[in-house]
Design a protein around this ligand. Structure first.
Ligand SMILES: Nc1nc2c(ncn2[C@@H]2O[C@H](COP(=O)(O)OP(=O)(O)OP(=O)(O)O)[C@@H](O)[C@H]2O)c(=O)[nH]1
Ligand SMILES: *[C@@H]1O[C@H](CO)[C@@H](O)[C@H](O)[C@H]1NC(C)=O
Ligand SMILES: *[C@@H]1O[C@H](CO)[C@@H](O)[C@H](O)[C@H]1NC(C)=O
Ligand SMILES: *[C@@H]1O[C@H](CO)[C@@H](O)[C@H](O)[C@H]1NC(C)=O
Ligand SMILES: [Mg+2]
Length: 378
């Protein structure tokens, strides 16, 4: 008895020491597949705290109250991808982050993390918005049963993501961003660097799932877009993008949008004179407050029309889940690389048909004088 207790104690201590040693070791040499290196990028370039081959970061708008959902999402991103690549995280919030939030998220990664507060002018009512009218509109939308109809913060969030996130000073040192949200899931190992993949191929916008929007959130969005394009027809790069957005040659919007809770994008695209003019036009039209325009249709209409087809990429190989939709790769390799069910992938549902309709578009570029560019069926 005496011996067995004593041995049990010794083994328990040994076990703890071994577990700690294994943990330390895992921190140095992460488990999982070796990075697939493109064009001879040295694996050393992916060490924490070392400048990466592409100036890129995860960008997260999140509330302090979402700490645990954030840790859950980070844990999967780290295990599936970032423990080997160590891209930094930039967290943004309309109020200062708490010490508990900063400590809890920093503990999930050995990559750099930075925390920023959003300037008041990027999260509030612009002077030209009539706030009495905005409140009446919220109440009318609530009567119609629109999701988040009454929420002011949801509208500030959508406007921030549409027109301001890329102007935050913490993003100044980056060229690409990967948007994540609390509680999302990453269900496949990602053994290559999507930022480098995009950079090498000139891709400006990457998505996993594309859906149809609820029309009640955007009654006049398309009217505002058409007015903008009528003034700026030369901004359109890709005539077939219009085909993806509209079933009637541009008269009405079919609601197709890249689901923006996942995005890997070029910050230069959002900082471009074209995008800024487009956002300014929409912002002046007031629909972020009088309706409930989402950043997903706002980003997507710009990507579809202002970018060439091949500058927008479906990351069909990235297993992703945000309630209630998932993108699950269909290929044979996914059996070993992923934990999602390919049969449940959004691409099998009609509501997500926009997902595979984009890659199926003709690749031809817009050409000067192409009547499709300016004939939006007014
Ligand atoms: N700091 C801060 N972040 C917010 C606020 N509202 C939303 N967010 C963040 O903005 C992102 C989008 O908000 P969600 O509430 O997830 O919106 P959604 O994805 O359209 O809706 P869900 O289906 O509820 O997820 C998430 O990363 C949120 O954490 C806010 O008021 N403050
Ligand atoms: C990581 O953060 C430190 C301290 O903020 C900074 O000095 C360093 O440049 C950062 N490294 C990278 C690669 O971003
Ligand atoms: C603001 O909207 C309210 C309600 O629609 C309206 O009564 C009021 O005249 C508007 N104010 C201005 C300055 O336009
Ligand atoms: C589209 O234009 C780009 C340059 O803007 C060119 O590199 C590409 O080959 C063109 N694609 C097609 C299909 O014409
Ligand atoms: Mg969400």
């Amino acid at each position: 008895m005496w011996f067995s207790n004593r041995f049990a104690f010794t083994y328990a201590v040994l076990g703890v020491l071994l577990a700690l040693a294994a943990r330390r070791h895992r921190g140095d040499v992460p488990a999982g597949p070796e990075p697939t290196l493109l064009d001879g990028v040295d694996v050393a370039a992916y060490r924490p705290g070392v400048a990466k081959p592409v100036r890129a970061a995860f960008v997260v708008l999140v509330r302090n109250s979402e700490l645990h959902g954030m840790k859950r999402a980070m844990r999967q991103i780290e295990d599936r991808f970032n423990a080997r690549f160590n891209y930094p995280y930039v967290f943004l919030n309309d109020v200062p982050f708490t010490d508990a939030f900063m400590a809890g998220t920093a503990a999930m990664t050995k990559a750099n993390v930075t925390f920023g507060t959003i300037p008041g002018e990027h999260w509030g009512y612009p002077a030209w918005i009539n706030q009495t009218q905005a409140r009446e509109c919220r109440e009318a939308m609530n009567e119609k049963g629109v999701f988040y109809a009454l929420s002011e913060s949801y509208r500030h969030m959508c406007r921030f993501n549409s027109g301001f996130f890329f102007r935050h000073p913490l993003l100044d040192e980056y060229d690409y961003y990967w948007r994540i949200e609390p509680d999302v899931e990453y269900s496949c190992d990602i053994a290559y660097d999507p930022f480098l993949f995009m950079h090498r191929r000139g891709i400006k916008y990457g998505y996993t799932i594309a859906l149809h929007e609820y029309p009640d959130t955007i009654p006049t969005l398309w009217t505002a877009v058409k007015a903008f394009l009528a003034q700026n027809p030369h901004f359109v790069r890709h005539a077939h993008g219009l085909q993806w957005l509209s079933a009637d040659g541009g008269a009405t919007y079919n609601g197709c949008h890249f689901w923006s809770n996942f995005e890997i994008g070029s910050l230069a695209f959002f900082r471009s004179a074209e995008y800024l003019a487009y956002f300014e036009h929409l912002d002046r039209a007031g629909g972020f407050f009088y309706e409930r325009w989402g950043d997903a249709p706002v980003h997507s209409i710009a990507a579809a029309l202002l970018l060439a087809k091949d500058e927008v990429h479906w990351f069909r190989d990235i297993g992703y889940y945000h309630n209630p939709w998932t993108n699950c790769p269909q290929g044979a390799d996914a059996q070993t690389r992923c934990h999602c069910d390919p049969a449940k992938s959004a691409e099998h549902h009609g509501w997500a048909s926009c997902t595979h309709e984009w890659p199926a578009l003709p690749a031809a570029n817009a050409t000067a004088g192409d009547p499709r560019l300016i004939n939006l069926g007014a």
